[in-house]
Each structure stands twice: as C-alpha cells, then as structure tokens.
Design a protein around this ligand. Structure first.
Ligand code: MTE
Ligand code: MO
Length: 527
C-alpha cells in the first residue's frame, strides 16, 4: 500500500500561516522595527485603503481602529491559508505557492516603508520558508501511516504496512494544534521583544522639560461651569483623543531625532534636539480638533503645550517670499500642509516637546510635534515631526489631501451637548445641562440652546451660561439650567456664535472634505 497523502484540512493552512507569521515576528526582533512585516503589511493596508473607508473606520471604531484592522488582517490571512491548504497536492502545491506569494508580498510591504533595506526582508523570508515546510509536512501524510510491516527476519519490507496508526485524525489534529500554538507563541514573543528593544519610554522618562520663558497664563477655575459634570477644560493626557495612521507608535529617541528645514529657504537648516535650546521656550494652551469629528463627536481635546515657536525656527532658515505652504513630515511618512501665515502669525504655532507639563507621550508625538491653533490636525499637527519643507500649495499635496480632503482645514465653529446624554432619563425639577463649544482662532462669544418637547413652552433659542474664556485658541464650556416639568420625550439643540459674531450654521455637512457642520441635538425623556 503506497503512502497516502492526506488532503490537508483548513486547519493545516492556518497552522502553517501562524508559524510563518510567528517565526517572521520572532526573527524580526533583533533586526528592529523596519523588519517587522506585520506592521509593514498593516501600514500598507492603511495606506492603500480608500479615504472614505478609513473615514468610516475612524468613526466606527475610534481609537480601537488599529486593533480592529489587525484582527481583520489576521482573519483574512487565516481564511486564505485555510482555503489554499485544502488545494495543496504533492504535484500542485497550491497552498505552498500561496504562502510563498504572501511572503513575497510581505517583503514588498517591508521594502515599501521609509528607511527599509534588503536585509529587513530576511525575517519575512525565514518565516515564509518555515510556513511552507509546516504545510508540506502536514500534507505529506507522513504520520498518518503506521510503521512499516516487518518480515519474519525483522527487516522492514518496503511498501508493506501493518495499517494506519490507531487514530490518525486525532494525531494530525494534535500536531496541527501544536504548530498553531507554536506560531502564536513565537509571534507574541517576537512582538513583545521588538517593542521592548525599540521603546523610547526610558528616553522619555529621563527627559526633564526645559523651564518656559513665557509661561501660559494660569487656567482660572471659572472656565469650568459649576453644578454639571462636563469634560475638564484641560484634558488629562491619558484621555486626550488620538488619531494617526501609525499602526505601531513610532519610537524616536531625542538622540536620533533631527529636524530638517529645506525647500524654499535661504539656507537649509538641520537641527538636533539639543540645538533647540537656542530658541525661547514657550507655553500655549490649545484645543486640538480632528476634521473627522462628526457633529456631537469627541475627537477634540485641550492641553497645555510646551515648546518653541515655529516662527523662530523658520526664521533661522529664512523663508522665501513665494513659499505659501509648510509641508511637515513625520518619521512614519505622514505629511501635513499648512499655510505659512498660520505658522508664523501671532497665534504662536509650536514645535511642541511637552504636553500638560510632561514630555510628549509617545503616542502624541514624542519627542516633537507641531501644534497649530485654529487648523484641524490633518493639515497641521504632525507628530514625530522630522522634516519641514517650505513649498507651495500648487506644487505639493499632503497625506489626506491626496485622499480627497481639502488642502486647507481651518476649524469650523461647532458646539456639543454633553449633558444630557442621548436617551438619558431626566428627573422632574431643576436640571443643569451643559457641553462645550469651539471656534479656534476666532473664539466663542455666545452659546445658545433650544429645548423642544411637551414641557418646553418656549420653542426659541435661549442664552447658555458660559464658563470663563481662556483664549481664542481654546474651547469654551457652557451650562444651561432648565425646569423639567411635563413628562415625555424632549430634545435639546445647541449652537455657538464665534468671536466675529457669526452664528454656527445649521447646514448639515459631512466630515469630508473639510469638517462637519450642523447643530448637535440630543433627545432625553423627562420622567
Ligand atoms: N505622524 C502623524 N501625525 C499626525 C497624524 C498622523 O496620522 N500621523 N494625524 C493628524 C491628525 S488627523 C490629528 S487630528 C492629530 C491628532 O493629534 P493627537 O493624536 O495628539 O490628538 O494629529 C495629526 N498628526
Ligand atoms: Mo484628524
């Protein structure tokens, strides 16, 4: 009886893929982050995903969008591996070919990243070879057959077998599971090792922020309306919203950081982190906002930033008069294009190195990022910034603009109801509602609310009570006291008036291409 090749089960393919990924991940650890094909593939998927899909993902999954992406990619890999494995035949090794093709794609993804070299593909190649070996082994049927029959002289007789092992299926499953677990273990181990080796958390905690020359005015308690539970005026760094295209947070030490200023300048400038000491250290409280924030959304936060004026840094290079765009670039390839005047006028745009009196958290751009009051983050707030190119809007296009977003992104006047929450039950009696409003660079002059429902006799806009204004570059908190009488379903809407006297538009606009508009309305029930 000839050795019978088993038809591999989908699980064999999944196990082979797990070994390929796991080994690649483990071998990548000594090579460093640019050899990590998992991150490279994920990043390539992010880069190749159409703008509207990215948008949908950010809005649906928020800050967990990357976890969802990772699980999705693993799911797709498992599915393909499972299907391909079933087609694996000794003559036509479809499964092995698919793994090989995936390995080549992985190498291509690695090579497509900034700063990758040929050597960085070694871990992916090693993983691919191991994955194919596992699949071929599981498909060979080598262990489903019993030991060869022996003749009376004890010699093994070729081609004759006593029969299959007692339960080949079970044995196959156990071996497959073993490979699967091995792949998972090496993968997790490799990911942890890679992260530990690259982490800048030590570099960050060893850094003491320089003392500012110009300190930000203290935040008066009156910015926070009393008697209602609203977001704090200054957002704790841990709660600050986070948006970026980086699948793994770039780990850039102060020592490795360089800032290159070039393009339409009188002289090119290259700064090390220590070189920054020649500039005046300033502080600025600024509310950052994301263009992807839908009406009522929470992609907006406020922090005290410490850093250097971009104006002072650009003056070192000498900006030529026909340049109108500052194209800033991150170590991970992200770019933002900002009008030069926003970088150089009195709003004091910053190259920030500190957030809320501590070095920038790694995920918010350590060791340096841009903070530009009045512009959405996608056109201004480059984290892990390493390159400033002076250019023109008719010559250069930044990351999100290439994907169909507007080249200019001034922040629109918006407001939000935080209390009550949508669908909340409100007891009868005196209640205090509240929320936030923002119009960076223009400031918020007034906030009005309108309550509709059986207990709202006056269907008109009424002034809300404002928390103290800090500056035009920060949001303003508001509250509104209301007598809840008649039970039933109600709704509250809010609108702000900016410092120029312009009232927030009711016109509904989608976040694409330059930011959502419309009044935020929340329904609640008086009980
Ligand atoms: N390197 C890099 N910087 C980036 C981004 C990015 O994807 N990569 N996203 C920008 C966007 S869209 C926003 S809204 C802000 C968010 O800054 P935060 O994560 O510190 O809140 O960062 C900006 N800076
Ligand atoms: Mo954003």
């Amino acid at each position: 009886m000839a050795r019978q090749a088993v038809h591999p089960r989908p699980m064999a393919g999944v196990a082979a893929a797990a070994v390929a990924l796991g080994v690649a991940q483990l071998v990548a650890a000594p090579f460093g982050p640019s050899a990590d094909s998992r991150t490279a593939v994920g990043s390539a998927v992010i880069d190749l995903t159409p703008g509207p899909v990215k948008e949908w993902a950010i809005q649906t999954f928020g800050t967990s969008d990357k976890l969802v992406l990772t699980l999705l990619i693993l799911g797709v890999i498992a599915l393909i591996a499972g299907l391909a494995a079933q087609l694996e035949r000794p003559r036509l090794p479809v499964g092995s070919l698919v793994i090989a093709a995936a390995g080549i794609a992985g190498c291509a993804a690695v090579l497509s990243r900034e700063g990758a070299t040929i050597a960085d593909t070694v871990p992916t190649l090693v993983g691919t070879v191991c994955g194919i070996a596992v699949l071929r082994f599981l498909a060979s049927g080598r262990f489903t057959d019993g030991p060869p029959a022996r003749d009376d002289r004890g010699r093994a007789s070729a081609g004759t077998r006593i029969g299959p092992v007692p339960d080949p299926g079970r044995r196959l499953s156990l071996i497959t599971l073993g490979f699967l677990a091995g792949g998972a273990l090496t993968g997790v181990g490799g990911a942890v090792l890679t992260r530990m080796r690259a982490s800048v958390s030590g570099d960050r905690s060893a850094f003491a922020l320089p003392t500012p020359k110009a300190v930000a005015p203290p935040v008066p308690p009156a910015v926070q309306p009393a008697g209602v539970s609203l977001p704090t005026f200054i957002t704790p760094s841990a709660d600050f919203y986070r948006i970026d295209t980086a699948l793994s947070v770039p780990q850039l030490s102060r020592e490795d950081w360089r800032l290159r200023i070039h393009g339409m300048v009188d002289r090119e400038v290259d700064l090390t982190f220590d070189d920054l000491e020649q500039f005046e250290v300033v502080e600025d409280v600024v509310t950052l906002a994301c263009v992807s924030n839908p009406v009522g959304g929470d992609l907006i936060s406020t922090a005290k930033w410490t850093g250097y004026r971009v104006r002072d840094i650009l003056a070192r290079a000498g900006v030529q008069s026909d340049a109108d765009m500052l194209l800033s670039k991150s170590i991970d390839g992200f770019t933002a294009g900002s009008p030069i005047e926003a970088m150089t006028d009195q709003r004091d745009s910053l190259l920030a190195i500190g957030m809320n009196d501590a070095p920038l958290p790694t995920e918010h751009g350590y060791p340096a990022r841009l903070v530009v009051p009045g512009l959405y983050g996608y056109v201004s707030a480059t984290k892990w910034v390493v390159d400033l190119e002076l250019t023109r809007f008719d010559r250069a296009e930044a990351y999100w603009t290439k994907l169909g977003w507007a080249a200019l992104g001034p922040i629109k006047t918006q407001s939000r109801v935080d209390v009550p929450r949508s669908g909340q039950d409100v007891p009868r009696g005196t209640v205090t509602f509240g929320g936030v409003a923002w119009a960076q660079n223009r400031g918020v002059k007034a906030v009005e609310v309108r309550v509709k429902g059986p207990g709202a006799t006056e269907d008109r806009w009424q002034p809300a009570q404002l928390g103290a204004a800090y500056s035009n570059e920060t949001w303003r908190l508001w509250k509104f006291t209301w007598e809840a009488g008649e039970p039933g379903l109600h709704e509250i809407s809010v609108r702000a008036t900016d410092g120029t006297g312009a009232v927030q538009t009711s016109q509904l606009a989608d976040v694409v291409p330059d930011g959502a508009t419309g009044w935020h309305t929340v329904s609640f029930a008086v009980m």
